[in-house]
Structures are given as C-alpha cells and as structure tokens.
Design a protein around this ligand. Structure first.
Ligand SMILES: NC(=O)N[C@@H](CC(=O)O)C(=O)O
Ligand SMILES: [Zn+2]
Ligand SMILES: [Zn+2]
Length: 353
C-alpha cells in the first residue's frame, strides 16, 4: 500500500469561469483569485453588461487598477476578458474582439436564467445567427450558461433540457464553433460533453464536485449553498467527479466563484452564487483526493483549459499540503461582507505557496 501524498505541486492553475464584479468589490475579491490562479476567464455579467470590445478594455483596465491597489502587479494575474452576447451583438464586435487579443470568449446568458441575465439572449438560433457564424469563422469560443428558462421545466432539469433544445441544434448548425458548457452540473451534461463530436468542453465548479443538493437544506435552508445551476442529486455529483478525474481533456476547472454581499444571500429572495475564490484549490484538492486521483488534478486545473483555448501553459507552480484548513466565517467585501462556501468547515488541503 502506497502512503497517501502529503504535498502536491502542480503547474500554476487557471480559473476558466470567474466573477470578479466591479467597483469597490473588485479590489476585495481579486486578491483571492490572484493568490492561486495565474489567469481567469472573467465573466461579463456586470450592470450594464460588457457587450463590446471597448467595454471589455475599460473593465480590464479597472481590473488591473484594482490588482495594483491590492498590492499586486500586472505580472501576477492576467484577466482573460469575455463579451456578453445579446440579441443585437454585431458581427463587427465579434471580429474586433477576436483581433483585440484580450477577449477570449463570448458568453451566452439565456435571458432570465441567472444573475444579471436580463439583457441576455431571447432566442439563440433565431436572433444570433450572424454573430454565431462569425464566431465559428474566427475561432471565438461560445461560453454557455446551459439552462433553459421555460417555467414549465423543473429547475433541476433545466440543464438536461437545454442539451436537447439548444445545444444539439446549435452544434448541428455550427459544427466547428468552439463551445464551453459552463459550470456543468448533471450526468446528462457529462455524457453529452464526453461523447459529442467537435470542439466542445466544459468547466466544473468545486462545489458541484463536493456537494449534492442536500447541502442546501441540511438542518434548515442554507442560502450560501444556493447557486445556478443549482446543486443536484448525488448521482450527478458522482458523474461530475468521474468526469473531472477521468483524464479527459474536455473537462477543466472553472470555479464560478460569484460573490454576493451577505445581506443579499440571507434574504427572502436570496441571490444565486457561491464564493470560492478564497479556497478554490483547497476545495478541488479535497474533491480529487476523495477518489484517490490527486495525480489528475494538474491536467484538470492547469493543462486542459489552455489546450482548449489555444493558450500556453503557465510557468511557475502551486503547492498544496495535506493538513486542516479552517474556512473563515466571513470576509470583508467593500462595505459589506461575503460568506465563503463551507464557512466554518475544515478542509483537508491547504495552499502553501
Ligand atoms: N452561478 C451563479 O449562481 N451566479 C452567477 C451567475 C452565473 O454564473 O450563472 C453570478 O453572477 O452571481
Ligand atoms: Zn451561469
Ligand atoms: Zn458564473
């Protein structure tokens, strides 16, 4: 019997799905990400959303300014910017985004599906054909919040139904379009991404690897475990864990760390989103260790994402140590606080350098 490893050193990882927010909050949250990750795909669901290359450039400048205010410099972290797809996204914006070199994806939010999605797409194939055609032609990935918004569809089935109603017809019409199925949460999603032809991949969050939907209701309703797509049954968690640790290059790390002020989570109609940037690699290492597959963490966290996006693998490393890491109860966030996922709990791994 081989002893369980006590330390793990991997190539410095990236986060392929991150919400940094904006304004005063930006400075509070960016340091957490930059401590662990060299780069991150920065989601564009601001108010108003980041819909053009000019808005993405201005947001990028604000991110770098916040990074400096947090005591880091431009070499410590690279934001990989995205645009927010709307019914009116112009071909010209797609092409200029590609030429900019700093926009790495265009994000689909089905209108009404999630936080700040009001300006999102009402009918992807009906309204966005020209933009999708341009994206396919110039190699711009489409990043998808993959849930239908049909109120007739059960909340827990919205990802599976999205595959049939949107994903399959989309990829039939644009077979060369690079697609990332963001924050995958279901067995159906895993099966689709694993087996579908063409350039398709998926991000998986740490919380969907570690928890099933019981976590939302354990001992009472727990708003800090509520995100979209919502946590699902144990069989879905098992499928996600199998996929993440399978060695397939189609699955990679995306935290979907999505901070909301404590008061808007602990609310009669609480916001969706879990804050995991603080302890992302501790959470992922705990998940991979649970199935004895720490040897597969580097591919998932540091290699598969750059390969899909056509970017180089990072220099430098990140080291984790087995131990006990107590997740803080809350963290300052501008003039409010944010409660990290699994606040007050103890994790089995800690980032040491
Ligand atoms: N995941 C979430 O529950 N929330 C995200 C939006 C998103 O990624 O859908 C947010 O911006 O708060
Ligand atoms: Zn989403
Ligand atoms: Zn997200």
């Amino acid at each position: 019997m081989i002893d369980a490893p006590q330390t793990l050193t991997i190539v410095r990882p990236d986060d392929w799905h991150l919400h940094l927010r904006d304004g005063a909050v930006l400075e509070s949250v960016i340091a957490d990400t930059a401590r662990q990750f060299a780069r991150a795909i920065v989601m564009p669901n601001l108010k108003p959303p980041v819909t053009t290359p000019e808005l993405a450039a201005a947001y990028r400048d604000r991110i770098y300014a916040a990074l400096r205010r947090a005591g880091m410099d431009d070499g410590d972290f690279t934001p990989l910017m995205t645009l927010y797809l709307t019914d009116n996204t112009r071909v010209e914006d797609v092409l200029r985004a590609r030429e900019s070199g700093f926009v790495h994806g265009i994000k689909l939010y089905p209108a009404g599906a999630t936080t700040n999605s009001d300006a999102g797409v009402t009918d992807l194939l009906g309204r966005c054909g020209a933009a999708l055609e341009a994206m396919q032609r110039c190699g711009m990935p489409l990043l998808m919040h993959g849930e239908v918004t049909d109120p007739e569809v059960d909340l827990f089935d919205r990802e599976a139904v999205f595959i049939d109603r949107v994903m399959i017809p989309l990829r039939k019409a644009y077979p060369e379009l690079k697609v990332v199925f963001e924050h995958l949460t279901s067995r159906e999603g895993v099966d689709y991404v694993r087996d579908a032809p063409g350039p398709v991949a998926a991000t998986i969050t740490a919380h969907h690897l570690l928890y099933n939907r019981n976590a939302i209701f354990q001992g009472g309703i727990r708003p800090h475990w509520y995100c979209l797509p919502v946590l699902k049954r144990e069989r879905h968690r098992q499928a996600l864990l199998d996929a993440a640790t399978s060695g397939s290059g189609r699955f990679f790390l995306g935290t979907d760390s999505a901070p909301h002020p404590r008061g808007l989570k602990e609310h009669a109609c609480g916001c969706a989103g879990c804050y995991t940037a603080l302890h992302a690699m501790e959470l992922y290492a705990t998940a991979f260790d649970s199935v004895g597959r720490l040897d597969r963490l580097e591919a998932f966290a540091s290699r598969n994402g750059p390969a899909f996006y056509g970017l180089p693998v990072n220099g430098g490393t990140l080291t984790l140590q087995r131990g006990s890491y107590a997740v803080p109860q809350e963290l300052p966030m501008a003039d409010s606080t944010v409660v990290p996922l699994a606040a007050g709990e103890t994790l089995g791994w800690q980032v040491v350098s």
